[in-house]
Design a protein around this ligand. Structure first.
Ligand code: GLP
Length: 248
């Protein structure tokens, strides 16, 4: 696990973007796992900048998003499909046929989850997976207590996640209570994992994930078992770490 501490949010985003861009340049048909949330926004902005500058193309890239809320249509402003469209896809040369996001309106959710897993395999598995971290240590929507071997499935959101997400909805009861999420086992099968965290409200989760014991109560701690993982932080998210790490 390589921990890299950027000077600030922009520094962290640039470090992450350089890794993603490097992998796309080496393998134009990269299978790229994508995350939502405020944390990867800077990374996506940087990738868009590279595309507009002519140094990066997404035309052959295949993407798989980590998760989606159940019950929200793709057009809902808070759906992750909408988020990806607005914050990355519509600004670059992605082929819409290569975009995969779980369908929050699927009739048979179990069958859809199985299809999603098979689809990842059909494309040869995820080469590089981007993940954020919840303040409670969750990755994607794998809340504390999730099986460390779990696969894509439906999950009930924890009270803390519902409260964290409330800021995006008009009323508390509009916040979805269920999501489809890649499992921890699915994420761990990616050839490389890039975990991003910024700001002080993630410092406890990062301390637990990077230096604490591996436990299902801190799903992100499984990253310690990954063969090729990068943890890219800003100084605030790294503030509670006690070991020496690469400062950029
Ligand atoms: C949601 C997403 C996660 C994300 C987390 C943190 O729960 N499902 O994938 O990592 O939010 O979001 P933010 O980056 O906004 O703190």
């Amino acid at each position: 696990m390589l921990v890299i501490i950027g000077k600030d949010y922009d520094g962290m985003s640039r470090e992450a973007a350089n890794i993603v861009a490097d992998r796309i340049r080496r393998k134009p048909n990269l299978v790229l796992g994508l995350a939502t949330g405020s944390t990867p926004l800077g990374l996506y902005r940087e990738l868009i900048r590279m595309y507009k500058g002519g140094s990066l193309s997404f035309s052959k890239v295949i993407t798989f998003n980590l998760d989606e809320y159940i019950g929200l249509p793709r057009t809902h402003t808070q759906s992750y499909a909408h988020f990806m469209q607005e914050n990355l896809f519509k600004h670059v040369d992605m082929d819409p046929h290569y975009i995969h996001i779980p369908d929050g309106l699927a009739n048979d959710i179990d069958a859809h989850c199985e299809w999603y897993e098979n689809e990842i395999q059909r494309w040869g598995g995820i080469d590089l997976q981007i993940v954020g971290i919840g303040a409670n240590g969750h990755i994607a929507f794998n809340e504390p207590g999730s099986s460390l071997g779990s696969r894509t499935r439906i999950k009930t959101l924890s009270q803390q996640t519902i409260e964290d997400n409330m800021r995006f909805f008009k009323k508390k009861d509009e916040v979805p209570k269920f999501a489809i999420t890649m499992g921890i086992g699915t994420i761990m099968e990616a050839k490389e994992v890039l975990l991003l965290a910024s700001s002080s409200n993630k410092a406890d989760a990062i301390k637990a994930a990077v230096e604490g014991p591996i436990t299902a109560m801190v799903p992100a701690s499984i990253i310690q078992m990954h063969r090729k993982a990068y943890v890219i932080l800003d100084r605030e998210a790294a503030a509670k770490l006690t070991q020496q790490y690469e400062q950029r």
